[in-house]
Design a protein around this ligand. Structure first.
Ligand code: SAH
Length: 247
């Protein structure tokens, strides 16, 4: 009788231990690398860098490493996570999009980011572009017009411990005067004309990358450099971005 009880107790202790170990594995290891569908996000991210970035013209090892590190799938809606590493933009709700990985890498590389650089982003969207710049060690100030997106981006960035990003809900045309001047400015929505206030908030020698052109049409991605209070303008790529809304 006693032996049976002891045996049962012993058995249940082992069961509890086995379940605890399994639970720890599931919580700690499983979600970091896989989804329930068995996707290996680390591998997808690695392949994205090899196929979409290196085989094109992205050369900066620091930018490639940041793209290899930041978990892009956590910046897209849950039902789209499987497509997060595709060679395309994706919808993030409210008619907005997260840019194609190549465009993010291209724009980042052109800004020549170095640790400690102060960068203003207009159009936070999912927060992914801000995360890439933060991963590179920059101090990022990012403005988003739509409150819901500003909030969700801030949450993902906080959860991922990007404490060098400040998110503001507001109109990007006004810039962020209290934090100006910036070493660089990246605009990820398309204005019809270069916003003057943003030029004013750019440091001497600073660079600004911005898609300029008509609403819902092909725009020109421009690189502007502020030199002796003049603007040197270079056209880089034809692109299609969502409009930068002025209201
Ligand atoms: N950089 C983002 C993608 C941006 S999509 C990412 O990595 O996910 C463009 C974003 O610009 C949209 O979220 C849109 O709401 C925002 N936007 C449009 N006009 C704006 C304005 N005037 N000020 C700030 N954000 C604006």
């Amino acid at each position: 009788m006693d032996m049976k009880t002891d045996g049962k107790k012993y058995f249940s202790k082992i069961t509890v231990m086995v379940f605890s170990i399994l639970l720890i594995f599931v919580i700690a290891v499983f979600p970091a690398k896989f989804t329930l569908m068995g996707q290996n996000f680390e591998k997808l991210r690695h392949d994205m860098v090899e196929e979409q970035l290196k085989k094109r013209d992205i050369k900066s090892e620091a930018v490639l490493e940041a793209m290899r590190t930041v978990p892009r799938h956590l910046f897209v809606p849950k039902n789209m996570q499987g497509e997060a590493y595709n060679d395309s933009p994706l919808p993030i709700g409210l008619e907005q999009t997260i840019s194609q990985p190549y465009v993010v890498a291209f724009m980042t590389e052109r800004l020549e980011p170095v640790p400690g650089m102060k960068i203003l982003e207009i159009g936070t969207g999912s927060g992914y572009q801000a995360a890439i710049l933060a991963q590179l060690g920059c101090d990022v100030y990012t403005i988003e017009l739509l409150e819901e997106l500003a909030k969700s981006a801030e949450k993902v960035l906080t959860d991922l411990k990007f404490d060098n990003v400040k998110v503001r809900h507001g109109n990007g045309y006004l810039g962020w005067p209290e934090a100006a001047p910036f070493d660089a400015i990246i605009v990820t929505a398309a204005p019809e004309k270069i916003p003057e206030r943003l030029i004013e908030q750019l440091k001497e020698g600073g660079k600004m990358i911005v898609p300029v052109g008509p609403v819902r049409s092909v725009q020109s991605l421009k690189l502007l450099t502020k030199k002796d209070n003049r603007i040197i303008e270079e056209d880089l790529l034809p692109v299609v971005f969502v409009p930068m809304v002025n209201k």
